[in-house]
Write a protein that binds this ligand. Structure first.
Ligand code: HPA
Ligand SMILES: [Zn+2]
Length: 330
C-alpha cells in the first residue's frame, strides 16, 4: 500500500535478503552454511524470538566493509520508498558487529553513505537509532555508548533489543541516563515476549518516548489506561509477531482491539527480510486479514509521523501529515 507512512521499528540487519547475503558472502570470502538462497529461506521457520535471533546474528557474518553496510541500507531504502515509506528511523546493533571485529566507524560510516543520499535518491528522510543488546552486559552497553561519541552527530537515539525475557529494562538504567545526558532520544523493545511490567519499567526507569512492540500491555488494563492517557506510541510489528509465534495467527492479532482502546499504535516491519513483508505489505496484510477500514489505516499512518523524531524538522512532519490526510484509498 502506497499510503505515506513512517517506519519507526526496523532493524537494518533484518533487511538482509538471502540474495544480498550470498552476494556479500562471495565478495568477502565468507562461507555460509546454506547451499543457496532457497536453502537459506527454508531456514526461516522460527519457534520464538531466540530461534530467529540465532539466524539473524549468524547471517551478519557477511557484513564486513563500509560498502556492505551502504549496500544493505540502500537496498532497504529503495524497497521502503516503493511501499510508501517517507521517513525511516532505522535501528542498528553495533555490538553484533564490533564483537566480530567490525569497527563502529565502519558500520556508521557505511549506513550513513546510504542515508545521507536517501532524501535525494529515494525521497525518504531518515534517522539512526543505536540499539544495545540486552542479553549483553550493562558495561558493554556503556562502552558502546562511549565508543559512539565521535558519531553522535549521525545518531538520533538509543534503543534496546535482542533476547528480552530475563533482561529487564532496569539493567540499563545507567546507560539510558547517560544517553539522555548526551541529548539522545530513547526507545526500548518491551512487552514482545517479556511481561507488561517490562513496559512500565521501560517508561519509568529508562524514560523511553516510544515502546517497541509493547504488545503484551493488553494483559494489564491499568497499563493500557496509562498508555492511552499518556499517548505513548507503540511500534507494533504484526508480521513479526506471527512469525515469532507471539500471536497464533494474523487474524488473532489484537491490533483492532488496541486501536479501539485508544492506544497510539503504529505499524512496522521489524525484520522484513525474515518476516515476510515490508511496511506496505504489512498495511496490506492487516487491511486484508484484520478488516481495518480506511480511516483506521490513515490513523496508523498519521500516528507514525506524530510519533517520529522529527522535532528538528516540523515543516517536514507537517508536509508528511498533510499527505496522509489527502491520501485517497483505492
Ligand atoms: O523483534 C526483535 N526483538 C528483539 N530483538 C530484535 N532484534 C532484531 N529484531 C528483534
Ligand atoms: Zn524489533
Amino acid at each position: 500500500m502506497s499510503l505515506p507512512k513512517a517506519e519507526l521499528h526496523l532493524h537494518i540487519e533484518g533487511t538482509l535478503e538471502p540474495e544480498l547475503a550470498f552476494e556479500l558472502a562471495a565478495r568477502n570470502g565468507v562461507t555460509l552454511p546454506y547451499a543457496d538462497t532457497d536453502a537459506l529461506r527454508a531456514a526461516y521457520r522460527f519457534e520464538d524470538l531466540q530461534s530467529f535471533l540465532n539466524l539473524y546474528y549468524e547471517l551478519m557474518a557477511v557484513l564486513r566493509t563500509e560498502q556492505d553496510f551502504a549496500d544493505l541500507a540502500h537496498a532497504y531504502l529503495a524497497r521502503a520508498a516503493a511501499q510508501g515509506v517517507r521517513h525511516a528511523e532505522i535501528f542498528f546493533d553495533p555490538q553484533a558487529h564490533t564483537a566480530r571485529g567490525v569497527g563502529l566507524g565502519t558500520v556508521v560510516g557505511g549506513l550513513w553513505r546510504a542515508l545521507e543520499r536517501s532524501r535525494a535518491e529515494h525521497g525518504v528522510s531518515t534517522r539512526l537509532i543505536m540499539c544495545f543488546l540486552r542479553d549483553e552486559s550493562a558495561e558493554s552497553a556503556m562502552a558502546t555508548l562511549r565508543a559512539a561519541e565521535p558519531y553522535l552527530d549521525r545518531i538520533t537515539g538509543v534503543g534496546l533489543d535482542s533476547a528480552e525475557v530475563g533482561h529487564p529494562p532496569a539493567k540499563f538504567r545507567e546507560v539510558f541516563d547517560a544517553a539522555a545526558a548526551l541529548g539522545l532520544r530513547r526507545v526500548a523493545h518491551a512487552g514482545e515476549e517479556g511481561p507488561p511490567a517490562y513496559i512500565t519499567e521501560a517508561l519509568d526507569v529508562l524514560g523511553v518516548e516510544r515502546v517497541d512492540h509493547g504488545l503484551r500491555c493488553t494483559e494489564d488494563p491499568d497499563l493500557v489506561a496509562r498508555l492511552v492517557r499518556e499517548r505513548v506510541p507503540l511500534t507494533l510489528c504484526p508480521l513479526s509477531n506471527v512469525r515469532l509465534r507471539t500471536v497464533d495467527t494474523l487474524a488473532a492479532h489484537p491490533l483492532p482491539a488496541m486501536l479501539d482502546a485508544g492506544l497510539m499504535c503504529t505499524l512496522n516491519s521489524d525484520d522484513p527480510a525474515y518476516f515476510g513483508g515490508y511496511a506496505g505489505d504489512t498495511f496490506d496484510a492487516v487491511r486484508r486479514t484484520l478488516g481495518l477500514g480506511d480511516e483506521r489505516l490513515r490513523e496508523l499512518a498519521r500516528n507514525s509521523f506524530l510519533a517520529s523524531f522529527l522535532e528538528d524538522d516540523e515543516e517536514l512532519r507537517a508536509r508528511y501529515l498533510a499527505e496522509v490526510e489527502s491520501y485517497e484509498f483505492r
